[in-house]
Unconditional design. Structure first.
Length: 380
């Protein structure tokens, strides 16, 4: 049997066909990017949005490094560790969205970091920073192009704003039975997030994402999606309460049926939001995927949830993947959870180190969607 059922393939094709296609983006092979990020235009748009936000932050850090360089006359060696982490994440994310030139430039900086070629970094970082700023500008134009088209089609106002009015007020349909079918799903999602039950939360969110929502409701759902991606559960609950009010809604039969599905829970841990989005896009058809942007957020999730497997990035600020797996293996509750490392590094010594610490496998970023799924199928 194939990786996706025929029905799911048809649904994906319909979703892609119904989307407004991107205009050409200078510096990006969008066809390759769509294929690398799960196969749908909508999923790719979300990844591009995450990439843009993340790259904006990296530009600010690069400019800080340049400012420091001007003060001392060369790229400060004390920033090499931080810089290589930034560059590795950018290299893999750029390749995944189809920005091959940007990824190649980042790879050259990665090599310069390893060889401590401080003069190369000093001389070329200004041009690379401007290159990245131009790429972000191109992405922003493409995203705004689609948003303008959606707004023109929708006529502006969405259904939720029409029905529920101001935030944090009880909705007028709470005592009736004719509220929109998705409202019970929002209510159940808030409850699951409040108890940090990521399995239920992801199942309900996936179902909401399949519903034919109006543009304004989709916009709210995307805000919640970003909050879930970064494990900002309290913020997500506040967003939901702003939509449905604070009253309980009885869950429909459809919601209860969704809760009975039996997808396996996987944790994906990576400090790069674009990689989190890509992983969710690729794996959500087969698995329930909960994401965490740091090792500390991973351990927060583990307080209330037990995944069948953890995909763990190595190069993260604060506690890196090596330190995280050591801690996982020390605890009786988590020592038997399989861990697969995600890395932008190709050094065999790093792979050996990870296996010695207890990792069962390695996946190199940017990962191929089919190869990623095939790897997971070997273990769960």
């Amino acid at each position: 049997m194939g990786l996706l059922s025929d029905k799911n393939k048809e649904r994906k094709a319909e979703n892609a066909a119904s989307d407004i296609l991107f205009p050409p983006i200078n510096g990006i092979d969008t066809v390759k990017g769509i294929a690398m990020t799960g196969g749908t235009v909508e999923g790719y748009r979300k990844v591009l949005s995450m990439f843009r936000k993340d790259a904006d932050e990296r530009i600010q850090k690069f400019r800080y490094f340049l400012y420091e360089s001007m003060n001392v006359g060369k790229f400060p060696e004390k920033h090499l560790t931080s810089f290589i982490t930034q560059i590795q994440a950018l290299k893999s994310a750029s390749a995944t969205i189809g920005a091959a030139e940007t990824s190649d430039k980042a790879a050259r900086f990665e090599a310069a970091c390893r060889n401590k070629e401080l003069s190369y970094i000093q001389d070329n970082l200004p041009d690379f920073t401007e290159h990245l700023a131009t790429l972000i500008k191109n992405i922003r134009s493409a995203l705004e192009f689609k948003q303008d088209k959606i707004a023109a089609k929708s006529g502006g106002q969405g259904f939720i704003s029409q029905v529920f009015g101001k935030k944090n007020t009880s909705h007028p349909l709470s005592s009736k039975t004719d509220f929109p079918e998705y409202i019970p799903f929002f209510s159940k999602l808030a409850e699951a997030l409040g108890s940090k039950n990521v399995t239920d939360a992801e199942l309900i969110f996936d179902e909401l994402n399949k519903m034919p929502l109006d543009p304004k409701t989709k916009e709210i759902l995307e805000q919640i999606s970003d909050q879930l991606l970064m494990t900002e559960f309290e913020s997500a609950v506040k967003t939901i309460n702003g939509v449905i009010g604070l009253e309980k809604i009885h869950y429909s039969k459809q919601v209860r049926e969704i809760m009975e599905t039996n997808k396996k829970l996987i944790f994906l841990v990576d400090d790069n939001p674009a990689n989190l989005r890509i992983g969710k896009n690729v794996l959500s058809e087969k698995y329930t995927v909960a994401t965490a942007p740091s090792a500390s957020k991973l351990f927060n999730l583990l307080e209330n949830n037990r995944p069948v497997l953890i995909l763990l990035d190595i190069d993260m600020p604060g506690m890196d993947g090596y330190e995280a797996i050591k801690l996982l293996k020390l605890k009786n509750e988590t020592k038997n959870i399989p861990v697969i490392f995600l890395t932008g590094m190709t050094d065999s010594n790093n792979e050996e180190k990870g296996r010695n610490l207890g990792a069962i496998d390695y996946i190199t970023k940017p990962f191929d969607p089919q190869a990623l799924i095939a790897c997971l199928e070997k273990y769960c």
